[in-house]
Design a binder for this molecule. Structure first.
Ligand code: AMP
Ligand code: GLY
Length: 429
């Protein structure tokens, strides 16, 4: 079959790598793709991943049978609904279902109504009421813009003054910040459980853990994610059972009750304290960088599973996973998540691959001309540049190997965390 993948980050590179192994695949396209995805798919750079009508037109012209949507914006904008209108199936949820990520208020109200464990919260549509409310609250308190804010719309305020400043900052999030959620702070360890669903059953993938802060020891600014590992031992079998019974099954039932059919990947961002999971957020898509560790552990045919999600017959599929340990270290441009310089040549990708790493591209481009670095003249072109993933039999050898591979890659101002997966070590003493 002919498949079109939407997106161009490390997540989509990992998905493309796996989809390309399916015997069901005939022709493979990506919009816009990236230089890593180019190894598997024809990348169409002149169509935006956020332009529904151009994507639909392209899919019709190229006789696409199945579209895999990576990022949240096309899902929230209803790309899957538009494709369905012209008879093209997709892996990804429809516009109504995507509200679970597109509106924090929608997600929080749904969890409240159906008693799915999450932090207590209040919603405000004007700043003065929100300011009054915080004067009677305990700190820290969590302040969230309602809509999509590229991961930046959440501020944890440690005291009253920080909370006041944070409320004022909500203005900077445009429409997303017009409504505000004030939320109880949850202590504990975070984990991400991504799950396949066909709207009837929901099957979790291997649990993962992201590293959101820019510096070691979880210091500094929030980023899109600086590295991940899987399985995350904080989600032990007992916790996973609770996640399935108290969160995943009930959220699918709740959505059905609300006449919303959710098909695709549902991402549950969790806080786990004393073995009890609570929902921090739901996302309507695969996580990044979590996908860069979870998908390399998948033994089954990803395209087949995605088709079963779209077709409503996931219960017929057996999904098998490797017992290995996967780690991904993100190599970022110095300065990220604030401003950074681009266009630096990248050395060592092939060397790292020869040492056993999978290199997933996120912010790279092929140079038009100029220095040949021996790595297809690759240049940096984004904040998160590459994901370096290894899979090994155990966590210690995975950590050792991933950093050996990281050491051979180089570009000017390169920054990475040196403590990816260190948090997991305490579970293996
Ligand atoms: P969100 O966009 O809702 O996932 O929030 C981004 C990050 O803020 C999460 O990954 C958590 O690290 C943190 N966070 C959000 N809500 C809470 C909460 N209620 N308690 C503690 N940390 C939170
Ligand atoms: N890793 C965080 C996210 O994908 O939202």
């Amino acid at each position: 079959m002919n498949v079109l993948l939407i997106g161009g980050g490390g997540r989509e590179h990992a998905l493309a790598w796996k989809i390309s192994q399916s015997p069901l695949l005939k022709k493979f396209y990506a919009i816009p793709g990236n230089p890593g995805i180019e190894n598997f798919a024809e990348c169409v750079k002149n169509i935006s991943a956020e332009n529904n009508s151009d994507i639909v037109k392209f899919a019709q012209e190229k006789n696409i049978d199945f579209v895999v949507v990576g990022p949240e914006i096309p899902l929230v904008n209803g790309l899957v609904d538009e494709l369905e209108k012209v008879g093209i199936k997709s892996f990804g949820c429809n516009k109504k279902a995507a509200q679970i990520e597109g509106s924090k208020i929608f997600a929080k109200n749904l969890m409240k109504k159906y008693k799915i464990p999450t932090a207590n919260f209040e919603v405000f549509d004007n700043l003065s009421d929100a300011k009054n409310y915080i004067s009677s609250q305990n700190f820290p308190i969590v302040i969230k813009a309602d809509g999509l804010a590229a991961g930046k719309g959440v501020i944890i305020a440690k005291n009253f003054d920080e909370a006041l400043n944070a409320l004022d900052e909500m203005k900077n999030f445009g429409d997303a910040g017009k409504k505000i959620v004030l939320e109880e702070f949850m202590d504990g360890e975070e984990a991400s459980v991504l799950a396949f669903t066909d709207g009837k059953i929901i099957l979790p993938m291997i649990p993962a853990q992201d590293h959101k802060r820019i510096f070691d020891g979880d210091e500094g600014l929030n980023t899109g994610g600086m590295g991940a590992y899987a399985p995350a031992p904080v989600v032990n079998p007992d916790v996973m059972k609770k996640v399935q019974e108290k969160i995943l099954n009930p959220i699918i039932a709740a959505l059905n009750e609300e006449k919303i059919i959710y098909r695709g990947c549902l991402y549950a961002g969790l806080m786990i304290q004393n073995g009890e999971p609570k929902v921090v957020e739901f996302n309507c898509r695969f996580g990044d960088p979590e996908t860069q560790v979870v998908i390399p552990l998948l033994k089954s045919d990803l395209l087949e599973i995605m088709l079963a999600c779209a077709g409503g017959n996931l219960s017929e599929k057996k999904i098998s996973w490797s017992k290995d340990f996967a780690i991904c270290v993100i190599l970022a441009s110095g300065g990220y998540p604030k401003s950074y310089k681009k266009n630096f040549p990248i050395d060592g990708i092939k060397k790292a691959e020869s040492l056993g790493a999978k290199i997933f591209h996120a912010g790279t481009k092929v140079a038009d001309s100029g220095q040949d670095t021996g790595d297809r003249k690759m240049l940096t072109s984004g904040g998160r540049v590459l994901g370096v993933t290894v899979t090994e039999k155990n966590i210690q050898s995975a950590i050792e190997k991933v950093y050996k591979c990281v050491d051979v890659i180089n570009f000017e101002n390169m920054h990475c965390r040196k403590d990816i997966a260190a948090k997991a070590l305490k579970y293996f003493d």
